[in-house]
Write a protein that binds this ligand. Structure first.
Ligand code: ADP
Ligand code: MG
Length: 693
């Protein structure tokens, strides 16, 4: 279903990936990527320890002779060998082994072993599956790095790739001597050398990041970030947008028109946006608010401020379903204020569409609602003042960047206007602060951190799939006795869209039969916009009790009377997606429930996702956990963006460095733009806009 953009979670790989693909998976493409792929920890292979001197839990390298060997049944066959040096003995255990290993550990052989030392049963200490090499071979000169890796990519492979990147890469310092001195920084080449191949005595300082190499790497990263922020700000400062003064008339009229009072948080963000609009620079603001926090009405306030001054407003939603819902709602709120709300839909006839375009072009349509594709295509505005993007995280990152940066002028092209429109992005997926500050560097952020009053928190229940029948009974009961309305979300079938559709249709038929005489509806991505809207309207009017749906309902759909959300095969969905789906209920005063039906066995990551859903309804917390589970690149739906995130420095703990980097950035940016550009190029690669400006 084109609108549902299923997230890829646990796809099975059929073909074995190449080494280059595996490296790319880790973000390792350019030489510099390898240089800053830093070790997780180090192994000390520079010396041989005496057996008596090593402690449980330590990683150690020892040498000794095999004095005893046996194969025991415990309960499966395992190979045991006792190794002795002049100081003591240690047991080696191989839980699975090959005939040549029996030979390797033959009594009398002298071996070098590396591994973690553990507490043993029979002997005091043991090693399980140690690395074995020839005794007496030369020792390593530096600590041996252990890198973060991915399945199929071994440490030796990674080490080799990094060594060869070191041979090729240009590690010349980007910072002049005087600045290095000023901030007490060591040389860049020295820093990365120390981080990858340190002397033994630096292990501790490297692990707790007090080593000067860490200071340097963090400083450089922060400097690159600050420089690109400075560039983004400078770019923005040059742009011009219409000055739209605070509303004197329509804001008040809208307030009396609404059936509710704005929450304090809504009032605050309405004000923030109003001030942005009144400045002569394009607003570029992200409005974050958890599902159900009431972002639409904030958009309405922004829209009327622009409309009051004679500007047009475009509101874009990622799906037609959502665009239609916005159209209805805004028509309802703004129609009585005498505002002309137009809807651009894929289902308009050619003649209707021509007429709609005409009304946009001659300015009689003041607010235009539609999907992004429809609005962007060929529409020419008479005087576009504000663009609002709902559920902006659903738009591709490329589209987003495009829209927010250059897109805005293309929207205005063709019209007589030379000013850029203001832009408001709305999203229910909270972006953790650290990400917002880096990835969305030239974006201001407003947060609605409060839900409208009278909502009781949604109760989430996890239910094994074999209790589906029981769940159906409960649904039946809830509808008949309490008049509740239910969403029943069909499982994602990633392999095939046809199969997914089939599943939805089958589920619908089964439910219609089993739940009769309840009224069951069906909604999926292959239906036309007209069909979808008809179903949604019927559900909204409570003419449908149970709505069987695919993830087309994931974003934005608002039917406050629906109180039960059942999600089948919840283990197949991503965390953000589950949270969005759950957000379809809990929008009214009645107690709402979200039932996650899951199929065992659960993968570790699926288990964590379900646990997170069970433990919290807080979107911010969910986003943090999602970030932890998926990593920043995937979290933003874009691996490449990983380059723009902070990997080494920490916004909380490295305050001093941040201040220094800020100061240094503003100096370089003004006095030595070429040094600044070089530094940003090293850290952010060619993708950074800095280079273009
Ligand atoms: P979201 O932030 O998820 O887009 P919506 O804008 O769809 O949320 O709002 C969710 C529901 O809450 C809607 O039915 C909306 O009319 C209602 N709502 C919004 N603000 C308030 C408020 N201040 N008081 C009561 N209900 C509100
Ligand atoms: Mg919404």
């Amino acid at each position: 279903m084109s609108e549902s953009l299923p997230e890829v979670t646990d796809t099975k790989k059929t073909k074995k990936p190449t080494q280059a693909q595996l490296l790319e998976k880790l973000g390792l493409i350019e030489d510099m990527d390898f240089i800053v792929h830093l070790p997780l920890r180090y192994e000390d292979q520079t010396q041989i320890y005496e057996i008596a001197s090593v402690a449980v839990g330590e990683y150690a390298q020892i040498e000794g002779s095999v004095v005893h060997q046996q194969i025991v049944q415990r309960p499966r066959k395992q190979l045991q060998a006792v190794i002795r040096d002049q100081s003591g003995e240690l047991l080696v255990r191989l839980l699975h082994f090959y005939p040549n290993q029996i030979k390797q550990f033959a009594v009398g052989n002298t071996l070098r072993l590396r591994g973690e030392v553990r507490r043993g049963f029979s002997t005091a200490i043991e090693m399980v599956h140690p690395k074995v090499s020839v005794a007496g071979a030369p020792l390593a000169q530096t600590l041996t790095p252990v890198y973060p890796t991915t399945d199929g990519l071994t440490q030796p492979m990674l080490r080799k790739a990094i060594v060869s990147a070191f041979e090729r890469a240009d590690l010349q310092d980007t910072l002049p001597d005087n600045l290095r001195k000023k901030y007490g920084l060591i040389d860049f080449a020295q820093a990365v050398q120390d981080l990858h191949y340190p002397a033994v005595e630096h292990n501790h300082a490297l692990m707790n990041q007090t080593h000067p190499a860490w200071q340097r790497i963090k400083f450089d990263e922060l400097l690159a970030q600050q420089l690109s922020l400075a560039a983004a700000r400078a770019r923005r400062a040059k742009l011009k947008a219409p000055k739209i003064p605070l509303s004197t008339k329509l804001h008040t009229q809208l307030a009396t028109q609404l059936p509710f009072k704005l929450t304090t948080a809504q009032q605050r963000v309405v004000h923030e946006i109003a001030l942005d609009l009144s400045r002569g620079q394009p607003m570029h603001r992200l409005l974050q608010g958890d599902v159900g926090s009431g972002k639409t009405v904030v958009a309405a306030y922004a829209a009327v401020q622009a409309i009051e001054q004679g500007y047009q407003v475009a509101l874009m939603a990622p799906t037609e379903l959502l665009a239609e819902q916005h159209h209805q709602k805004l028509q309802h709120w703004l129609g009585p204020l005498g505002i002309e709300v137009a809807w651009l839909s894929g289902s308009l006839t050619a003649a209707q569409r021509r007429k709609a375009y005409e009304n946009v072009q001659n300015g009689s349509s003041q607010l235009v609602v539609g999907t992004q594709a429809l609005i962007q295509e060929k529409v020419v505005f008479e005087q576009l003042g504000l663009v609002i993007l709902d559920e902006q995280h659903r738009f591709g990152v490329a589209q987003r960047l495009d829209l927010s940066r250059k897109g805005s002028d293309s929207m205005a092209s063709g019209s007589k206007q030379t000013l850029l429109p203001h832009q408001l992005n709305m999203s229910a997926t909270p972006i953790p602060r650290t990400l917002a500050m880096t990835f969305y560097s030239d974006l201001d952020v407003s947060v609605i951190d409060e839900l409208p009053p009278g909502r009781s928190p949604i109760q989430t229940k996890l239910l094994a799939a074999d209790r589906r029948e029981e769940m159906m009974d409960r649904v039946h009961h809830a509808v008949t006795t309490e008049g509740q309305q239910v969403y029943w979300v069909c499982p994602l079938v990633e392999e095939s869209e046809a199969l997914q559709l089939q599943t939805a249709v089958d589920t619908y038929e089964l439910m219609a039969q089993q739940l009769a005489p309840l009224r069951v509806g069906l909604l999926h991505g292959r239906m036309t916009a007209v069909e979808k809207n008809k179903v949604m309207d019927a559900f909204r009017e409570a003419e449908i009790d149970v709505l069987v749906a695919t993830t087309v309902i994931e974003v934005g759909v608002d039917v406050p009377n629906a109180t039960i959300m059942v999600i089948e095969h919840a283990e197949r969905f991503g965390l953000a997606q589950l949270h969005q789906l759950r957000g379809r209920v809990g929008r009214g005063a009645k107690q709402s429930y979200c039932i996650l039906l899951y199929q065992t066995p659960l993968s570790a990551i699926a288990r964590e996702r379900l646990r997170a859903m069970y433990e919290t309804t807080d979107g911010f917390e969910i986003a943090q956990r999602d970030l932890a589970l998926r990593g920043p690149g995937e979290f933003l739906g874009l691996r490449q963006s990983g380059q723009m995130l902070l990997r080494f420095a920490d916004l909380e703990h490295d305050q001093v460095l941040i201040e220094q980097a800020k100061e240094c950035a503003s100096y370089l940016y003004k006095q030595f733009p070429s040094i600044a550009a070089e530094h940003v190029a090293r850290w952010l690669g060619g993708k950074e806009e800095f280079l273009r400006s």
